[in-house]
Design a protein around this ligand. Structure first.
Ligand SMILES: O=C(O)CCC(=O)C(=O)O
Ligand SMILES: [Fe+2]
Length: 275
């Protein structure tokens, strides 16, 4: 692996980030910085209390003695549901309803993410993605990765990868993600902590993305990568058009995050957020 550490995540509060990067999202898109990390953006105590609530309400499963581990989403994944438009928007509607009471008694973590993003977005308005007829996308998603689950090297772009041109979110130039850690898995190793590569997607990269090929390619081309080490309550933003991965989880305790995707164009006043 490369030892030169020129590509490092920047950690700070909003003011420190904006002082360093007057246009933080553009800095991410241009690869000046791999990620912006806001420690303690949300109260860790609220993370654990909400997770208890998710178990109580059967929104997460207890791994003991159950069958094959599978990822659990609480929310509406665009990628998973977009093929059937009517069902996608109906599902999103249910998520909005669920989220309207799910956080009662605690800070609303979805609002925390949107408000933080709005402060980083400088002069843009941050909105849940919507279609011209007013139908809303899912606002955010909780993801629980259980043992052996992760996410191999990939990039996320509705415009470039998903090519969902029948949806409004494809109109934007750049796509990003924000992830708020709720719980880490119990391994001390690399498991569950995301890696970001200094490598935007291109059609040439596409051929390298299958199987073990990408790791070889990264070594050969000396592509820098960074691992983002998070504690509950920490939030990070990154350019999701860079290749990234989540190494699989080791141990019984699932990694639980609240994630958003969002897209912007320099000349558009709105930022659309979805899941
Ligand atoms: O959970 C993370 O840190 C990244 C997740 C991710 O890459 C995705 O959901 O597409
Ligand atoms: Fe991703």
């Amino acid at each position: 692996m490369k030892t030169l550490k020129t590509w490092k995540p920047f950690e700070g509060d909003i003011a420190e980030i904006r002082q360093q990067f007057p246009l933080p999202l553009i800095a991410l898109a241009q690869g000046e910085v791999p990620a912006l990390v806001l420690r303690g953006a949300y109260k860790p105590k609220h993370c654990s209390s909400l997770i208890d609530r998710f178990y109580e309400r059967g929104l997460l499963y207890n791994p003991h003695g159950t069958g094959r581990p599978h990822r659990v989403d609480i929310g509406t994944s665009f990628g998973k549901h977009r093929a059937d438009r009517a069902k996608f928007f109906a599902h999103s509607c249910q998520t909005l309803e669920l989220f309207s009471t799910l956080f009662e008694g605690y800070d609303d973590p979805v609002r925390t993410m949107y408000e933080t993003l709005e402060k980083l977005a400088t002069d843009k308005e941050v909105k849940t993605a919507r279609e011209p007829d007013g139908q809303l996308y899912g606002p955010a998603i909780f993801r629980a990765y259980y043992a052996e689950l992760g996410h191999g090297p990939h990039y996320d772009s509705v415009a470039k990868r998903t090519k969902a041109f029948d949806y409004q979110v494809s109109r934007f130039e750049h796509q990003f993600a924000g992830v708020l850690c709720f719980q880490n898995s119990d391994s001390d190793g690399e498991g569950g902590e995301p890696f970001l590569y200094n490598c935007p997607w291109s059609s040439a990269i596409q051929e390298q993305l299958s199987g073990e090929k990408f790791r070889q390619y990264v070594d050969e081309k000396k592509i820098e990568r960074v691992q983002i080490d998070l504690e509950p309550g920490d939030l990070y933003f990154f350019f999701s058009e860079n290749i990234h991965e989540v190494p699989h989880i080791i141990g019984e305790r699932p990694r639980i995050v609240l994630a958003i995707f969002f897209a912007m164009s320099p000349d558009d006043d709105e930022i659309y957020v979805w899941a």
